[in-house]
Design a protein around this ligand. Structure first.
Ligand code: CMP
Length: 448
């Protein structure tokens, strides 16, 4: 059996391991510090740790990895890589220290032995359980998962990063609170929960540098501990606040960039005294662009990709127009690829003149969304209104003549433009397609 690192099973398995890892990071130190009566639930938890962490080693040995984009499947290479990486931590994590401690006769006698002989005879199980803390090192693996998830689809990376920061903050506070309990004396009059709550409260007031001072160190060790936590708190608090501020600013980075762009544009238009109604139309254009495309510039994104990826992305982006235009329905894949790669999106506002009768035409247009009117500006006649899935501007290209009519947008229109060079190349190579367009052009030319 060999798993791919990005297979569904492996991803699901990772989520399970992470879940158990987090539970262990919370529960293992907690039950070392706070005495909670042992019961069957603990037994189940410890058995689960053992099963999951030891199976994880097996899974790791049987998962390939990518090197320079190529999947490495050699078991030897996988093992060497694993041994150099997390194997030791994973191995130590899988040792069931608690189950070993449980099997010792003195498990339920938690008192320290009085003499050295007693100690040797009855090794205190707490000491064995202490080794269970090695599992906290396992948490280091979370960083690599976070890196992968940060750029996985579906999630906003900034929100994800903020959640990770808060998660780590909570985790560290939990460990600090437990350290505080371990170094002091708990109040026997209070329940374990309340003692933990008090310790967590002390941690949060100290870490956030608020320090009410209502809970203070009761032993010298706690005092030394407090000094360290205060220093840590001052640094961590500053770091977190700075981080949160920058994350908040980045949560919606495209919106921020869009607003910046619009502000710059408004300043420019004001300083160059662009007429008010033109300013309004330019702003309306940008808002529409934002509403429909989240402000991203398709061409810019596509240009950053290598050719093969660009074709794939263009096919996805333009799939709607391909489905809408009846002319494309019978076309082969080759033709569709040719067209799609060369389509340029264009947005027009209601009332905009796309071109005028008599102008030289260098391109034809496909309507993805919206409608346009074919008009005669002098007489005011509307020859036709065409909408989603139809095209215009082909006559000038086919007949090498000036535009035969004026075309005006009736509402917001998402158009796709095909340039003359591509158009001619396509006609040359795909005669059936050319014939269809020619028939349509002749028909239109006659009905004017
Ligand atoms: P062209 O001459 O390049 O520019 C004007 C366009 O309007 C023309 O190409 C056709 O695509 C389109 N057109 C002209 N007449 C009609 C019509 N009767 N019905 C639909 N579209 C037309």
């Amino acid at each position: 059996m060999l798993l791919k690192p990005d297979s569904k099973f492996r991803t699901t398995w990772d989520v399970i391991v992470i879940g158990v890892m987090i539970v262990a990071a919370i529960q293992v130190p907690l039950s070392l510090v706070i005495d909670i009566k042992f019961n069957a639930v603990f037994l189940c938890i410890y058995i689960t740790y053992f099963l999951v962490f030891s199976s994880d080693i097996y899974v790791q040995f049987n998962t390939g990895f990518y090197r320079a984009g190529k999947l490495v499947t050699s078991k030897r290479e996988i093992a060497v890589r694993y041994f150099k990486g997390w194997f030791l931590i994973d191995f130590l994590t899988a040792i069931p220290f608690e189950l070993i401690a449980l099997s010792l006769p003195v498990y339920f006698n938690t008192e320290m032995p009085d003499t050295i002989e007693q100690g040797i005879k009855y090794l205190n199980p707490r000491i064995i359980r202490l080794f269970g803390l090695i599992r906290l090192a396992h948490m280091g693996q979370l960083f690599s998962f976070m890196r992968v998830w940060q750029h996985a689809n579906k999630f906003n990376p900034s929100i994800l990063r903020m959640s990770f920061s808060l998660f780590w903050l909570g985790m560290i506070a939990h460990w600090i609170a437990l350290g505080w309990i371990a170094l002091g004396k708990t109040d026997p009059a209070l329940s374990a929960h309340v003692n933990y709550l008090r310790a967590f409260y002390w941690t949060s007031t100290t870490l956030t540098t608020i320090g009410y001072g209502d809970i203070t160190p009761s032993t010298s060790w706690q005092m030394v501990y407090t000094i360290f936590v205060q220093l840590l708190g001052a640094g961590m608090f500053g770091y977190m606040i700075g981080n949160i501020a920058s994350l908040l600013a980045n949560v919606d980075i495209s919106r921020t960039q869009f607003q910046e762009r619009l502000e710059k544009l408004s300043n420019f238009m004001r300083s160059r005294s662009i007429p008010g109604n033109l300013q309004e139309r330019i702003r309306a254009y940008h808002y529409y662009l934002w509403d429909t495309r989240r402000g991203s510039d398709e061409e810019e994104v596509l240009n950053q990709l290598p050719h093969n990826l660009r074709v794939e992305v263009a096919l996805v982006l333009n799939s709607e127009i391909i489905q809408k235009v009846p002319l494309f329905q019978g076309a082969g894949e080759q033709l569709i690829r040719q067209i799609v790669l060369n389509l340029k999106p264009l947005l027009v506002l209601p009332g905009d003149i796309i071109f005028r009768k008599g102008e030289i035409g260098n391109e034809m247009y496909f309507i993805s969304k919206g409608s346009v009117e074919i008009i005669d500006e002098t007489s005011g006649d509307v020859y036709a209104t065409i909408a989603d899935g139809q095209f215009f501007g082909e006559i000038a290209l086919l007949m090498s003549s000036p535009r035969t009519a004026t075309v005006r947008a009736k509402d917001y229109c998402d158009l796709y433009v095909l340039d003359q060079i591509t158009f001619e190349r396509i006609l040359e190579h795909y005669p059936e397609f050319a014939a269809q367009i020619r028939t349509m052009a002749e028909l239109r030319n006659r009905t004017k």
